[in-house]
Design a protein around this ligand. Structure first.
Ligand code: HEC
Length: 172
């Protein structure tokens, strides 16, 4: 009788602990699922901001000429179109390589403080809210590093090779 009772208690506690560990696994799965959903949401948000924020206009080759008909696999690989003005000549960098080098937090502080040369609208990045900056990071990392580096910027006394866009000199 005692033996039977003992067995019963043992079985009960076994079932209870099995149930508990099942609960723990499903807790973990829920958390994982939520995290994945979170990062998919961040990726979608990043894609949206990049698109609406105009980043492709300069950082993606042929984006303007094709009226935005460039697949996202080709986005943000930088451009060899020079921007020539009083600051010299700049090239819209390959963000697929540039952004993914930064850990997310450092990207946020970089974006907040960078003062890039024209025509980069650095003030757009500076005023972007933190979640949006993080979303850009998630999206660009998801696209992955790809493409060549763009030519190095030139000082004002050097003429760029074609193709380039010439800004008017400031009036005196
Ligand atoms: C009008 C063209 C243009 C647009 C629009 C533009 N960029 Fe740029 N971007 C540039 C150019 C040109 C450079 C290189 C500037 C330099 O060499 O100082 C640059 C540089 C950068 C850099 C490197 C910063 C540095 O100082 O080295 C980052 C990061 C960047 N852009 C992100 C973005 C993001 C994100 C967007 C969209 C919100 C965007 N850019 C929109 C032209 C543009």
């Amino acid at each position: 009788m005692l033996l039977l009772l003992g067995l019963g208690v043992l079985m009960m506690s076994y079932t209870a602990s099995a149930q508990k560990s099942n609960e723990q696994t499903s807790d973990l799965q829920t958390k994982q699922r939520r995290a994945e959903k979170g990062s998919v949401a961040m990726r979608d948000r990043g894609r949206y901001i990049v698109k609406i924020g105009g980043c492709n206009d300069c950082h993606t080759d042929h984006y303007i000429e094709s009226e935005g008909a460039v697949g996202e696999k080709q986005w943000l690989k930088g451009s060899r179109l020079g921007w020539y003005g009083p600051w010299g000549t700049t090239y819209a960098v390959n963000l697929r390589r540039f952004v993914s080098v930064f850990p997310e937090d450092q990207w946020v502080s970089f974006a907040r403080t960078a003062k890039s040369r024209p025509p980069m609208p650095w003030w757009t990045l500076k005023d972007m809210n933190e979640l949006d900056l993080r979303a850009i990071h998630v999206f660009v990392k998801y696209l992955g590093p790809d493409g060549e580096n763009v030519p190095a910027a030139l000082p004002p006394d050097r003429m760029p090779n074609y193709p380039y866009v010439q800004f008017p000199m400031p009036s005196k």
